[in-house]
Write a protein that binds this ligand. Structure first.
Ligand code: HEM
Length: 475
C-alpha cells in the first residue's frame, strides 16, 4: 500500500517538475543574446486576450501603448501560441521589411493561404508580384481597370440612391469581387458569381486567431469557406477551358506564359493565388473605405471641399463636351481627394503593417531578435507629433504640397514596406477616389451611431450604412 502511495507521489512530483520546467522555459525563451524586454504571459495563450481587446480604431491599441511605456519601443510577447517581437521603431521596421521575406502570420492564416501559395513560397514570390503588377499595376489600372471600377461604382450608388440607403462595406465588397472576378475569370456564369460572393459571408470576424481547426471555431468555418471558394474557382476555369470560352486577363497571362514555355503554374496554385488576392482585397478595402466615409462624414469642412472638387471635375467635363466617364487625368486631378485618402490611411493604420517571420538572427542595439519569431512592426511613426503635427486629428490639409502618389516613405507605411509591400495599394487608392467622386455627387450622410473599432481587424459593429439621395445638381 505504502509502495503504491510512493509510486504515485513520484509520478505526481515528476509531472509537477516537468510542468514547472515547461513554464520556466515558456517565460524565458532561449536566445543567443539578450532578448528585448517583455513578458510571455500564460503558456500557449500568452497575452492574446489583452492584445485582442477591441479599441478605438483611430488610436493605437492600449496593449501596445502600455507596453511601450513599460519596456520601450521594442518588446517581446506571445500571441496565438507563437513567440512575437512587437516593434514601434520605424528604423527597425524598415530594416526587417527589407531583409526578411517570409510573411509573418499565425498558423491559422498560413493554412488558409495554402502551403504552396505563390505569394508565400519563397521561390515563386517574385513571379507572383510581377504577375499581379501586370493587371493591378498603374499601367493596367489606367488602361483597363479604371473604366470597370467607374461603371461598377456608378451603378451601385445609383441603386443605393433609388433605395435611399447603402451599406458602404457591403457595396465595396461587391464592387471589388465583381471587378477582380472579371479581371481574373472573365465573364462568369451568374450562379458561379453568386456562389463566389456568398462564400464571403462564411468568413467569420475571428479569422485572425488561434490555429485550432476544430468544429465550431472561426478557423474551422474559415477553412470550409476557403475550400468552397476554391472549388467554385476551379470549376469555372475548367469549364471555360473545356468550352474554349475566354478567360480573364490573369488566366490569359499565366496560361499564355505556359504555352510559350515561360513558367508553369498549376491550376491549384493559380486558384490559391486568386483566393489570396480576393481575401486580402476584401478583408482590407471595404472596412478602410467605410472608415474613410465615417471620417469625412464627421468633418463637414472636408465634405464641402470634396464636393467642390468633384463638382468642378463634372462641370469641366460638361464644358469641354467630354463623355461623363472618368479618365486617368480626372483621377490625377483629384488632389484634395488623394489628400483625404492619405490622411485616412495614416490615421486608421493602428495595426502592424510589417509582418514577417525573422529568417536570421538579428541584432538591434543590445537586443538579439532570434530567428523563427514573428515580427510585428507598428506604424507608430504615423502618430509621432514630431512628424505629424497634432497626430490624432484628421486633417487632410497636412498633405498639401506633398507627393501624393508615394505609397511608402520613412514616415508613412500603411501598405508595409520592402519585398512584401502591398501589391494592391494603387488599386485601392484608385477605387477609393472613384467611390468618393461619385458619392460626392449625391446628398448623403452616415448614421451618427456608426462606430469604428479595431480587434486587430477594423470592425464597424453598428454597420456602415449611409442615407443617400439623388442630388438635383448632380449629373
Ligand atoms: C486599404 C486597403 C489595403 C491595405 C491597408 C493593405 C495593406 C497591406 C499591408 C500592410 C501588407 C503587408 C506588407 C508588408 O508586410 O510589408 C499588404 C500585403 C499585400 N496586399 Fe494589401 N492592403 C490593402 C488592399 C489590398 C488589395 C485591394 C489587394 C489586392 C487586390 C492587396 C493585396 C496584397 C497582397 C497580395 C499582399 C502580399 C504581398 C507580398 O507578399 O508580396 N491588398 N497589404
Amino acid at each position: 500500500m505504502v509502495d503504491l502511495y510512493e509510486f504515485w507521489a513520484v509520478i505526481v512530483s515528476l509531472i509537477v517538475v516537468k510542468l514547472c520546467h515547461s513554464i520556466y522555459q515558456w517565460r524565458n525563451p532561449k536566445s543567443n543574446g539578450e532578448l528585448p524586454p517583455g513578458s510571455m504571459g500564460y503558456p500557449i495563450i500568452g497575452e492574446t486576450f489583452e492584445f485582442m481587446k477591441p479599441h478605438d480604431a483611430i488610436q493605437l491599441p492600449t496593449f501596445v501603448k502600455e507596453k511601450v511605456l513599460r519596456h520601450g519601443p521594442v518588446f517581446r510577447t506571445s500571441l496565438f501560441g507563437g513567440k512575437v517581437i512587437i516593434s514601434t521603431d520605424i528604423g527597425l521596421n524598415m530594416e526587417i521589411a527589407k531583409t526578411n521575406h517570409i510573411p509573418g502570420m499565425p498558423k491559422s492564416l498560413a493554412r488558409l493561404f495554402g502551403a504552396n501559395n505563390l505569394f508565400v513560397n519563397k521561390d515563386t514570390h517574385k513571379h507572383a508580384r510581377s504577375l499581379t503588377n501586370q493587371f493591378l499595376g498603374s499601367q493596367a489600372l489606367k488602361l483597363r481597370m479604371l473604366q470597370d471600377i467607374d461603371f461598377l461604382v456608378r451603378t451601385h450608388l445609383k441603386e443605393g440612391a433609388r433605395k435611399g440607403s447603402l451599406d458602404i462595406k457591403e457595396t465595396t465588397s461587391k464592387i471589388i469581387i465583381e471587378c477582380l472576378a472579371k479581371k481574373v475569370m472573365g465573364e462568369m456564369e451568374p450562379d458561379a458569381a453568386k456562389e463566389l460572393t456568398l462564400c464571403w459571408t462564411f468568413f467569420p470576424r475571428e479569422w485572425f486567431g488561434f490555429a485550432w481547426n476544430i468544429p465550431g471555431t472561426g478557423v474551422y468555418r474559415m477553412v470550409k469557406a476557403r475550400n468552397r471558394m476554391m472549388k467554385v474557382l476551379k470549376e469555372t476555369v475548367l469549364k471555360k477551358r473545356a468550352s474554349g470560352e475566354e478567360l480573364g486577363d490573369f488566366f490569359k497571362t499565366i496560361f499564355g506564359d505556359t504555352e510559350r514555355g515561360v513558367k508553369t503554374i498549376s491550376l491549384e496554385s493559380a486558384t490559391e493565388y486568386i483566393f489570396t488576392l480576393f481575401l486580402l482585397a476584401n478583408e482590407t478595402t471595404p472596412a478602410v473605405l467605410a472608415a474613410t466615409i465615417k471620417l469625412i462624414s464627421d468633418h463637414p469642412k472636408v465634405m464641402q471641399e470634396l464636393q467642390r472638387e468633384h463638382e468642378g471635375i463634372v462641370r469641366d467635363k460638361i464644358e469641354k463636351n467630354e463623355k461623363a466617364d472618368l479618365t486617368w487625368e480626372d483621377y490625377k486631378s483629384m488632389t484634395f481627394t488623394q489628400m483625404v485618402i492619405n490622411e485616412s490611411l495614416r490615421i486608421t493604420s493602428t495595426v502592424p503593417t510589417v509582418l514577417r517571420i525573422i529568417d536570421h538572427e538579428f541584432q538591434f542595439g543590445e537586443y538579439t531578435i532570434p530567428a523563427g519569431w514573428i515580427f510585428m512592426g507598428y506604424p507608430y511613426v504615423h502618430f509621432n507629433a514630431e512628424k505629424y503635427d497634432d497626430p490624432l486629428a484628421f486633417n487632410p490639409w497636412r498633405w498639401k504640397g506633398k507627393d501624393l502618389s508615394a505609397i511608402v516613405s520613412r514616415t508613412y507605411i500603411p501598405f508595409g514596406s520592402g519585398s512584401r509591400l502591398c501589391v494592391g495599394a494603387e488599386f485601392v487608392k484608385l477605387k477609393m477616389a472613384i467611390f468618393i467622386h461619385h458619392l460626392s455627387r449625391y446628398r448623403w450622410s452616415m448614421k451618427t451611431e456608426t462606430t469604428l473599432l479595431r480587434r486587430f481587424v477594423l470592425i464597424l459593429p453598428r454597420g456602415s450604412d449611409v442615407q443617400i439621395l439623388e442630388d438635383t445638381k448632380a449629373k
